[in-house]
Design a binder for this molecule. Structure first.
Ligand SMILES: [Mg+2]
Length: 332
């Protein structure tokens, strides 16, 4: 029984043979029957997008049910999977390879725009859903969730769940409040790609992608943070959060988006086990939603004091170094 439950980790063991027979049940699942020395056990395997086994529910002859939970990892990018200054994920390659080997779903969940995240998905070879602009948008590749009938069955297209308010609306409130309160704040809408590259350390090309905003405006205080500006944002029906920069946004956060995706995964494969990794205040709602929250330290080695959760794991190492070690420790 244990052999069948663990066999998705080494799928060649599941090739049909003298002792192993398969029977298709529907377009997403099949039953494997293993026979040896007069005993037989069977297991139902469910397959997700790409043909990978995404869950296994095995039945002992006595009808005892054994479940192997699917793991889904949600991760922040800047300062977490990506180094806070160089934006490199190289130090996390061992853990990324392990995630691929184990066919675990890695969901990127960032304050970055759709276009920026798409560039990182291509570099990482990642084809899972992703969350943009602090939970403003959830992008699900077509056909990814077959049971929930989410998305057309064309992987090149997305089903988009928009939780954020339109950028134009947010930008107007931002400029109205700035004019009203006469506070020196500057948003990405006031900057060209060179300015953003200089502020953030992104390349010119990356900074151009960072300007393609759908759901929120990153901004900086030019003369130090002003509490009254943040309060005015809330009083005017919008919200703010803080990652590398401050952000003004609608009624969305990373946690709400993670919660929706968790529901979609569970509709597909049953109960899942979730891990979340982040380094900032804007990651707190996401970390609250997962079973194993991991807090990555800032470049100076400190942990964001606002992220206080009883079960949080404090990663050891900056950005992708801490990310790598935390994931390997959790998966081994
Ligand atoms: Mg971050």
């Amino acid at each position: 029984m244990r052999f069948l439950s663990e066999s998705p980790w080494y799928p060649t063991a599941l090739l049909p043979g003298k002792n192993l027979h398969w029977k298709g049940l529907d377009s997403n699942s099949a039953r494997a029957v293993l026979s040896d020395s007069g005993y037989s056990v069977s297991a139902v395997f469910t397959f997700g997008a790409g043909g990978c086994s995404s869950a296994c529910a095995a039945l002992l002859p006595g009808k005892q049910r054994v479940l192997m939970k699917k793991i889904v990892i949600f991760t922040d990018l800047d300062g977490s999977l990506l180094h806070p200054r160089t934006y490199s994920f190289d130090a996390a390659l061992p853990a990324l390879n392990l995630i691929n080997e184990k066919r675990i779903s890695l969901v990127l969940c960032s304050s970055k725009t759709r276009a920026e995240i798409e560039a990182y998905r291509a570099r990482l070879g990642n084809s899972h859903p992703f969350i943009s602009e602090n939970g403003g948008g959830i992008f699900i590749p077509g056909g990814y969730f077959l049971n929930g009938n989410i998305g057309e069955k064309k992987p090149a297209t997305y089903h988009v769940v928009a939780l954020g308010k339109p950028y134009e609306e947010i930008r107007k409130t931002f400029t109205d409040l700035r004019d009203l309160l006469r506070i020196k704040v500057k948003g990405f809408g006031d900057m060209n790609a060179e300015d953003i590259a200089e502020l953030t350390g992104l390349t010119f090309e990356e900074a151009s992608l960072a300007k393609l905003r759908d759901f929120g405006e990153p901004f900086v205080f030019e003369e130090g943070p002003r509490e009254e500006f943040l309060e005015a944002i809330e009083e005017n029906g919008l919200h703010w959060t803080e990652g590398r920069l401050h952000h003004i946004l609608g009624d969305n956060d990373k946690g709400k988006a993670v919660n929706i995706l968790k529901g979609l995964f569970e509709g597909e494969v049953g109960k899942i086990h979730t891990v979340g990794l982040g380094d900032g205040f804007n990651d707190l709602p996401m970390l609250k939603e997962v079973d194993r929250p991991v807090l990555i330290p800032k470049e100076d080695g400190s942990y964001d004091p606002r992220v206080t959760l009883p079960n949080v794991i404090k990663a050891e190492g900056i950005g992708p170094t801490g990310w790598n070690k935390a994931i390997i420790d959790l998966l081994k």
